[in-house]
Design a protein around this ligand. Structure first.
Ligand SMILES: [Zn+2]
Length: 156
């Protein structure tokens, strides 16, 4: 009887250790995930702030409120909204690299973002907005292309 109890106790302890280990890996991966996110986020906001000033000259306001899909810029006068799509978050074909950690999680998340982008654009167009989407990399490396896009949208 005593021996049996000892055995039970042992297996219970094993289960407990196992549960703890599970919990720990979960916490660890969550921590890594948020680390990746914060790195990406901080690199996204810098170019946006530089653009804020330049876009202002074209009559765009930065992060306008109360517009569906939270565009980065809008010109109410010209009825234009502009989105700067981050290469990571919006799955740019040139620069998106899936993180090796939690590969499936990221793949699903980015795919969902791309789907949502399409839905947002469609909805805004229905509301009469002209929608411009510009890749983050074009705002950094290809300023000419970026501004031509903006200029054209205003003229048309
Ligand atoms: Zn890119």
């Amino acid at each position: 009887m005593l021996e049996e109890n000892r055995q039970k106790c042992f297996s219970l302890r094993l289960t407990l250790v196992y549960c703890l280990m599970q919990k720990m890996t979960d916490i660890l991966s969550r921590k890594m995930r948020s680390e990746v996110m914060s790195k990406v986020r901080s690199s996204k906001t810098k170019p946006e702030l530089k653009l804020k000033k330049l876009m202002g000259k074209f009559g765009f306001s930065y992060q306008p409120k109360n517009i569906f899909g939270k565009p980065d810029f809008s010109s109410k006068k010209n009825k234009i909204v502009a989105f700067i799509d981050g290469c990571f978050w919006h799955g740019c074909k040139k620069h998106y690299r899936a993180p090796k950690q939690n590969y499936k999680y990221w793949r699903k998340k980015i795919r969902r973002n791309i789907e949502r982008d399409k839905e947002v654009s469609k909805h805004l167009k229905k509301q009469g907005w002209k929608v411009i989407r510009i890749w983050e990399h074009d705002t950094k490396n290809n300023f000419g292309k970026f501004f031509n896009k903006i200029r054209r949208s205003i003229k048309n």
